[in-house]
Ligand binder design. Structure first.
Ligand code: SF4
Ligand code: SF4
Length: 382
């Protein structure tokens, strides 16, 4: 298939006016791809960056300074598992020195009470703890590591002891959707201020596990109901963020709030992406902070400009009122489903590919294979 991306020198809107990029608010800093867990829903790419290629703490410090100068206010320090970096404290301190609000996204594995205290001292403002499931059996099975649940629960107690503001981050899918009410209760018990419930997104390793993880239509309806009831019940006590299963929705999500509009992602080796899955689009070329200034990449990088504005949009998006609401959906999802990143996201009910997608979903549901999991690992899949 010969698929082109718009590749505009400068992005334009429908009237042909140039679009000036806004300022990024948040940066995802994937400081390593190493991780003791091997979740089959991991959105890290199939080709993981090896430890030797990772940016050093000094290089990260420079990236954080450039990001702050560009307008970034908060950095999400993530991975992989960021605690796999022995110099994590140094990295966090550099982010704080640059004036950024520091959110640490972790599975908890590799953190001790002493390390958490150091990270507190260094400037972590907020902790986001991932949840692979509720209870030993599900959490250890999905995380692919025996004992991970017990260690995570211990880390959660330490996080509370130190007093970090906590968000619990749960990825929900075919195999754990029924325990969503227990996940919400667990977040409350941990004293979390927020729980982020995200339906699995089929990027990276997750895409290898569609048949094992794709939630059913009934589960999507169930999750929506649970979230709405819990929001009502817990108003003022805990915030519930919810990323629904857009495969079963009428319209797609507004991915990244619009391509290249509010956030950017720096991978462990310094590659700068408009979203964490953008490398699944083979037609795009990405710049690296080792070769080019972050601000220049943000403003002029061809990958960032490829889907800015609205002029690139095909029909039915081109004549749709929602084009400035959902921006035509997710480019990586269009690539994954249609093999073309420049078409309307096929999960949209207005997409000409939507009927085929639903036929495929039905076929996948009939052939669901919960035990057929491809776990994420450093070496390429076998
Ligand atoms: S999703 Fe799982 S395997 Fe992937 S980085 Fe997070 S904890 Fe590690
Ligand atoms: S046609 Fe395009 S703009 Fe309209 S709802 Fe669907 S994805 Fe969004």
């Amino acid at each position: 298939m010969n698929v082109q991306v718009p590749n505009l020198d400068s992005p334009r809107d429908f009237q042909g006016n140039p679009v000036t990029p806004g300022l990024p608010i948040a940066m995802l800093a994937e400081v390593t791809h190493r991780c003791p867990l091997s979740c089959p829903y991991c959105s890290n790419p199939l080709e993981l960056v090896r430890g030797q290629a990772e940016l050093s703490a000094a290089e990260w410090a420079d990236v954080f300074r450039q990001a702050a100068a560009l307008g970034v206010l908060q950095v999400h320090v993530s991975g992989g598992e960021p605690a796999s970096r022995r110099d994590l404290t140094q990295i966090v301190a550099a982010a704080r020195d640059a004036g950024l609000y520091v959110n640490l996204i972790t599975s908890g594995l590799g953190l001790t009470l002493a390390r958490l205290r150091e990270l507190d001292e260094a400037g972590v403002d907020h902790v986001q703890l991932s949840l692979q499931g509720v209870g030993r059996d599900m959490a250890d099975r999905i995380g692919g590591l025996s004992g991970s649940w017990d260690r995570k629960m211990q880390v959660a107690r330490w996080v509370g002891e130190i007093g970090f503001p906590l968000t619990l981050n749960a990825v929900v899918h075919l195999q754990n959707m029924e325990s969503l009410p227990e996940m919400i209760d667990l977040a409350l018990d941990m004293g979390a201020r927020r729980i982020e419930v995200a339906t699995v997104q089929f990027h990276g390793w997750a895409d290898l596990n569609r048949r094992a993880l794709m939630p059913t239509r009934e589960q999507a309806v169930f999750a929506r109901k649970v979230v709405n009831e819990a929001r009502e019940r817990l108003r003022g006590r805990m915030v519930i963020d919810y990323v629904p299963a857009d495969h079963h929705a009428q319209f797609p999500k507004a991915c990244m709030g619009g391509w290249g509009s509010t956030g950017l992602n720096v991978t462990p080796d310094g590659t700068v992406l408009p979203c964490h899955a953008a490398q699944t689009i083979p037609q795009l070329q990405f710049d690296n902070v080792r070769d080019r200034a972050l601000g220049d990449i943000w403003t002029n990088g061809t990958a960032f400009n490829a889907f800015r504005g609205t002029a690139w949009m095909p029909e039915p998006c081109a004549s749709c009122d929602r084009k400035t609401v959902d921006f035509g959906g997710c480019r990586c999802q269009a690539m994954a489903i249609a093999g073309d990143p420049a078409v309307t996201d096929p999960v949209c009910s207005l997409s000409p590919l939507n009927a085929d997608l639903h036929a495929q979903l039905d076929a996948d549901a009939a052939a669901a294979a919960p035990d057929d999991l491809t776990y994420r690992r450093m070496g390429k899949q076998s």
